[in-house]
Design a protein around this ligand. Structure first.
Ligand SMILES: Nc1c(NC[C@H](O)[C@H](O)[C@H](O)CO)[nH]c(=O)[nH]c1=O
Ligand SMILES: CC(=O)[C@@H](O)COP(=O)(O)O
Length: 209
């Protein structure tokens, strides 16, 4: 049932992450900022009920590597859950096959007791800080466009957790560790966005609104 428009809530409901599997893929440039952002995202996932064994964390050298890594991690989790990678490329997630919260027969759980299931969302985290050449613009542009492509191709939400900052202080503030203004940890927002999008996409895939 859709919500009545006249009572449309400004803030969405609280989503339950207890049956979700979420990946965080992060770059390593500007490590102290990255560490704080990843910690913020993990904190929100846990607060929403995501189980530790359903939080998959992977790392790559820099932000430029994020799109391919997200694409491969989505496909790998799909294979781990007992499906073939070509199912994914053929759009199994796009058509919204309902995903069971229980392990899929034949799926290889890497961690004892863990549920081996496809990913419900991926959070891509990177920190780009402008230098003195055009490098920043090329990476920012290509990474943002490629991450959008990955999520549309896979039908799996990819949360855009890439800071594109003009100074190091801007990056620190957005990770909640600024020197003069502490700031708000955007990693927390990305964790919440992942839970909401994963929950909504699952519902929509089941024809539920
Ligand atoms: N300068 C920053 C980079 N640069 C590295 C690239 O992302 C990439 O790893 C390299 O060109 C090899 O393909 N990455 C960041 O994440 N942040 C930066 O500020
Ligand atoms: C994000 C970047 O591309 C960057 O920090 C590179 O710096 P530079 O333009 O000085 O080479």
């Amino acid at each position: 049932m859709s919500e009545p428009v006249k009572d449309y809530p400004l803030f969405p409901e609280k989503f339950d992450g207890s049956t979700l599997r979420i990946a965080i893929v992060h770059a390593r440039w500007n490590k102290s900022v990255i560490d704080s952002l990843v910690a913020g995202a993990v904190r929100k996932l846990r607060e929403s009920g995501v189980l530790d064994h359903n939080i998959l964390i992977q790392t790559v050298p820099g932000s430029f590597e994020l799109p391919l890594a997200c694409q491969r991690v989505i496909a790998g989790a799909h294979v781990q859950a007992g499906a073939s990678a070509t199912d994914l490329l053929g759009g199994i997630n796009i058509v919204g096959t309902p995903r069971s919260a229980t392990p899929v027969a034949g799926g290889a759980a890497a961690i004892p007791g863990a549920q081996s299931r496809p990913l419900d969302a991926v959070i891509a985290i990177g920190v780009l800080i402008k230098g003195s050449t055009a490098h920043f613009e090329y990476i920012s542009q290509s990474v943002s466009q490629a991450l959008m492509r990955v999520q549309l191709d896979a039908g799996v939400p990819v949360i855009f957790g890439v800071l594109t900052c003009l100074t190091e202080e801007q990056a620190l503030e957005r990770a909640g560790i600024g020197r003069s203004i502490k700031g708000h940890n955007h990693g927390e927002d990305w964790g919440s966005a992942a839970i909401e999008m994963a929950s909504r996409v699952r519902r929509w895939g089941e024809g539920s609104f």
